[in-house]
Ligand binder design. Sequence first.
Ligand code: NIG
Ligand code: FE
Length: 422
Amino acid sequence: MRRMQREAVDRLFVGCRELLTLGEGPATGARRRVAKDSLEVIADGAVAVQDGRVVATGTRADVEARFEAESIDLGDRVVMPGFVDCHTHPAFAATREAEFHLRCQGADYMEIAAAGGGILSSVRAVQAASEDELTEHTRRHLARFVEHGTTTVEAKSGYGLTTADEVKSLRAIRRAAEGLPLTVRSTFLGAHEVPMEYRARRDAYVDLVIEEMLPAVEGLCEACDVFAEPKVFDLRQSRRILEAAKSRGLGLRVHADEIEPMGGAELAVELGAESADHLPQVSEAGIAALASSDTTAVLLPGTSFYLGKPKHAPARRLLDAGAAVALSTDLNPGSCHTWSLPLIVTLGCVLLHMTPEECITAITINPAASLRLDREVGSLHPGKRADLVALDLPSWRGLGYLFGGNPAAVTVKDGEVVHRRA
Ligand code: NIG
Ligand code: FE
C-alpha cells in the first residue's frame, strides 16, 4: 500500500466514544424535520484542528492516518459541537430567591411584577451597580455557561430601563465577554418592562426607547428584543419599537405569546424577525406563519416549568408544521435560573415531546442560524470554530436521560481546552 504523507495540524482531539458532527446536513441554515442521520454519529471519532478551526472529522483511525499533531484525549466521552444558547439575560446584579420563596407560597409571577417586584427588583439592583460592578456580575454569570458546555451565547440587556443603565448593561456584557472563552452576541432589551414612573403613560416610555435608547445603544448590540405582552408592551407598542429597531439595521427577537396570547409570533414573522421566543400561547395562525418563515421558534421550557405553568409551547405542532425550532435556557434571576442546556433538553423531551435528535439540533445549528452565526458555530463542518463539549454519558441518547446533573466534563473553545471538570 502507498504510504501517504500526513498533513501537519495544530492538534487532534481524540477519545471521542461517539462524535456527533451534525455533518450529514448543510453547514448553514436552520434544520427542519430532522432525523438521526443528520447528527452523524461517529464511533471512536476524532477532530483535527488548525488555527482554532475544524479541519476534518472522522474515525480516529482515519483522522490519525491523514494528520500529524499532538493529541488531546477527551476521555472516552460523547463529543459534540459546543452548545449554542440563543436566549439569556445575564446582565443582572442580584439574585431573587425571596421571590421564588413567595411563588412557592402561591404568589403569581405577573402579580409580583405588577406590584413592582420581579423584573423591576432586578432593575433597582442594576441601577445601583457601577459599570465595573455590573461587568463583574455579568462575567460571573457568563462564565458559568462554559462550565455547562455552552460556547456561544446571546445576551440581553433589559434590567437597566434608563438610557444610561441600558448602555451600561450592554457595555458590561461586551466587557465581560472580552475576557471569556465564549462567543457572545448582544441584544438590546430596553422594552423588557415599563418602569413604575411610566405606568400611567406607557407610550411615553415607548417614545423614550425609540427616540433616546435606540440611538444610544448603536454599536453595542446586534439585535433588539421586546417583551410583547398585552399587559407589558401591547401589539401596537411592540410593533413601533421593533420597526424602529429594524430601520436602524438591528436584528429582531421577540418575547412572544408567553403569558397571554397576542399575535406576537405573527408580528415577529411579519417583521422578518430572527426569532419569536417562548410561545406557550401561540395561535394556529402564528404556528402557520412561523412554519413558512425564516423566523426561528425559540422554545424555553425551563421557564414554563419553573413558573409552574400548566401550558408549554406546542413544540410538536410547530415541528410537524415545519418550523425551525431552537431550545434555550432563558437564564435570568426570576423566571428561569439555570445555565444548563442538557437540563433544557430533558424538558424538551419530557414536556415538549421533542425527540432527542430534534433537541440536539435545537441547541446547536438551529440557534446558531437564528443568531446569524451558523457560518461560524453550531456544527463541526470544516472551517467552523473548533468549539466542542465532551459529555460524561454512555451515549448521545443519554443527553436528555440524565436529569439534573451537569454532564459537561470538558469544554473546548476555538481549539483550546477552556474548562475541565475537577
Ligand atoms: O424571558 N419575560 C420576560 N423576561 C424574562 C424574565 C425576566 C425576569 O423575571 O427577570 C423571561 O422570562
Ligand atoms: Fe427571556
